[in-house]
Design a protein around this ligand. Structure first.
Ligand code: ADP
Ligand code: MG
Ligand code: ZN
Length: 472
C-alpha cells in the first residue's frame, strides 16, 4: 500500500517512515511523466545535500503541491522523491485529521513536524490536502469545521516557522486544486505547484513496461498495441489492467500472459467502473481536429507566436491543449497580432464546424479569451475607428460595475467587438478551408500520437518553421 493509515489511538503518531516497512520507490518505478520527474529532481538534490544550498543562501521550496486526477502517480512520486534522496518519508492523509476531536489534529501535525525535523533531511507527505485545505466558508464542511481549520492553521504555522535550513520538504497532493484556500499557496508555503496529468501514448507504453517487469509475456503481447487501445487510462488503471490480465492467465492455466488475457482484462476493468476508462474515439477525433485548428492557424498566421506543443491528453478541465509562446519577451501588441490571436483562438471552433458541421461546448474558454481580446481592442486600446482612442472599459482588476462611458458608447463597443470577432471567425474558416489537407494531416497524426512537440507538429502540418525562428 502506498499510504499509511492512522493508528487507532489518537495519541500515537499515525505516520511513520516507510523505510523499514517496504521496498522504497525510486524514479525507476515512475514512468511516462518525465517532465514531472525533472521538476522534482531539484528537491531530491536538496534533500541529498541541504548544506550545498545553505552555503550559497539558496532557498528551496518548502512546500510542493502535486495536482492531478486520481491514479496519475502523485503518491508514488512523493515516495520516489524520498527514495531517490534516501531520506525518511512521513505520510498522512488529511482526512485522518478531520475525524479527530478538536485539538487532536493540530497536536498530531505538531508531532509530525517535530519528528520530521529531528530526522531531517526528510519529507512530509500530506495526501488529500483539499479535505482540510478547502476555502474557508465554502461548501459543506465534513464533520468538525473547527478541527479542519485548526489542523490547517497548524500546518501553515509549522511551515511558516521553517527557516529554510531544516531540510524538511512538505509535499501535498490533491485532485481539487481549484477549491484550495489561497492561504496554502502563498510564498513560503505550497508555492511550487506541479501538475501531474494522465499519460499520453508513449507514457502508457513506458508505464506498461514498468508494470510488466515481473510478468512473463507471450510473444504476441505488444505493449504499444495495448497503449493504443487504452487512451485516457491512468497509471493506476494500467497497473490494474496488467494485474487482472496476469490473474486471468493464472486462472486459465497459462505460463505467460497473452494478448487475449489483456483484452478480456480490459473488458472486465471497463465493466467494473461506472465511467468508461477509455476515452471514446469520437471525442478524441473531435478534440484532435479542434486542437489542430488552433495550431494550424497559429502556424499560418504571420507574426503569430510559434506553436510549441499540441496534445489531446486531457489537462485539468481541458480536453486538449495547444501551447504557443513568443520567441522573446513582447511588450506591446499591435492590432494585427491581436487579430491573429483571436483567429487562432477561434480555430478550434472553426475546425469543428468545418469537419463535423456542429460546434460543441468545448470552445467555452476559447470564447472567453476571444471576447476579452476583442473588447480590449475596442474599449481600452483605441483600435477601433468608431470608438476612437478612448479608454471606455474598466481596466483589469477594477470594479466591473464601474461605468466608464455612456450607455451609447458601450453599445458601440459591443457592436465593434462583435464585428471584429465575426471577421476573424470568417477568416479562420477561410484559412482552414484553404488548408484542409494540412488540417487533415495534422489532426490524423495528433490522433495517432496524442502529443506533438514543436518540430513534429510543423512537420505533420507540412509547414516549414519560419527560418528566423528555426535556428533556436
Ligand atoms: P495518485 O496518488 O495520483 O492517486 P498513486 O500514486 O496512488 O496515484 O498510483 C497508484 C498506483 O498506480 C501506483 O502505486 C503505481 O503502481 C501505479 N502508477 C500510477 N502512476 C504511475 C506511473 N506514472 N508510473 C508507474 N506506475 C504508476
Ligand atoms: Mg494518492
Ligand atoms: Zn479550444
Amino acid at each position: 500500500s502506498s499510504r499509511t493509515r492512522a493508528a487507532p489511538t489518537p495519541t500515537t503518531i499515525s505516520t511513520n517512515s516507510d523505510a523499514a516497512a517496504e521496498k522504497r520507490a525510486t524514479f525507476a518505478d515512475v514512468a511516462g511523466i518525465d517532465e514531472v520527474e525533472d521538476e522534482l529532481s531539484e528537491i531530491v538534490d536538496f534533500l541529498r545535500d541541504p548544506g550545498k544550498y545553505q552555503r550559497l543562501g539558496a532557498r528551496v521550496p518548502r512546500g510542493v503541491l502535486l495536482t492531478g486526477p486520481p491514479g496519475t502517480g502523485k503518491t508514488l512520486l512523493a515516495r520516489a522523491v524520498a527514495g531517490e534522496a534516501d531520506v525518511p518519508f512521513y505520510s498522512a492523509a488529511a482526512s485522518e485529521f478531520v475525524e479527530m476531536v478538536v485539538g487532536v489534529g493540530a497536536a498530531r501535525v505538531r508531532e509530525l513536524f517535530t519528528e520530521a525535523r529531528r530526522t531531517a533531511p526528510s519529507i512530509i507527505f500530506i495526501d488529500e490536502i483539499d479535505t482540510i485545505g478547502r476555502q474557508r466558508g465554502s461548501g459543506a464542511s465534513m464533520g468538525g469545521h473547527d478541527e479542519r481549520e485548526q489542523t490547517l492553521n497548524q500546518i501553515l504555522t509549522e511551515m511558516d516557522g521553517f527557516s529554510g535550513s531544516e531540510g524538511v520538504v512538505v509535499i501535498a497532493a490533491t485532485n481539487r486544486p481549484d477549491i484550495l484556500d489561497p492561504a496554502l499557496l502563498r510564498p513560503g508555503r505550497f508555492d511550487r505547484r506541479v501538475a501531474v496529468s494522465p499519460p499520453d501514448l508513449n507514457g502508457r507504453v513506458a508505464i506498461l513496461r514498468v508494470h510488466t517487469r515481473q510478468v512473463p509475456l507471450a510473444p504476441d503481447v505488444d505493449l504499444t498495441g495495448i497503449a493504443k487501445i487504452t487512451p485516457g487510462m491512468t497509471g493506476a488503471e494500467l497497473a490494474n489492467l496488467v494485474n487482472e490480465a496476469a490473474l486471468l492467465a493464472v486462472r486459465r492455466g497459462k505460463d505467460a500472459v497473452d494478448m487475449e488475457d489483456v483484452r478480456s482484462a480490459l473488458e472486465k476493468v471497463q465493466l467494473g467502473t461506472r465511467r468508461s476508462l477509455v476515452m471514446p474515439e469520437e471525442e478524441r477525433r473531435r478534440t484532435s481536429y479542434h486542437e489542430s485548428g488552433h495550431a494550424l492557424l497559429g502556424m499560418l498566421h504571420p507574426g503569430a507566436d510559434p506553436v510549441r506543443k499540441i496534445t489531446i491528453v486531457p489537462h485539468g478541465r481541458a480536453l486538449g491543449v495547444t501551447v504557443s509562446t513568443p520567441e522573446g519577451d513582447r511588450y506591446a501588441y499591435d492590432s494585427g497580432y491581436l487579430r491573429g490571436r483571436i483567429i487562432g483562438a477561434l480555430g478550434g471552433m472553426a475546425a469543428e464546424e468545418l469537419v463535423f458541421g456542429v460546434v460543441t461546448t468545448g470552445a467555452e474558454s476559447d470564447l472567453e479569451q476571444v471576447t476579452r481580446i476583442a473588447r480590449g481592442m475596442v474599449g481600452r486600446w483605441g483600435m477601433s475607428g468608431r470608438v476612437g482612442p478612448l479608454s471606455v472599459l474598466p481596466p483589469d482588476g477594477a470594479d466591473p460595475m464601474a461605468q466608464y462611458a455612456s450607455q451609447g458608447t458601450l453599445d458601440v463597443v459591443d457592436e465593434e467587438a462583435r464585428r471584429i470577432v465575426e471577421e476573424c471567425y470568417a477568416e479562420a474558416l477561410r484559412m482552414l478551408r484553404d488548408n484542409r489537407d494540412r488540417l487533415e494531416s495534422l489532426a490524423t497524426t495528433l490522433l495517432e500520437r496524442e502529443t506533438l512537440d514543436e518540430e513534429d507538429a510543423y512537420r505533420a502540418a507540412g509547414i516549414p518553421r519560419r527560418p528566423d525562428l528555426a535556428k533556436h
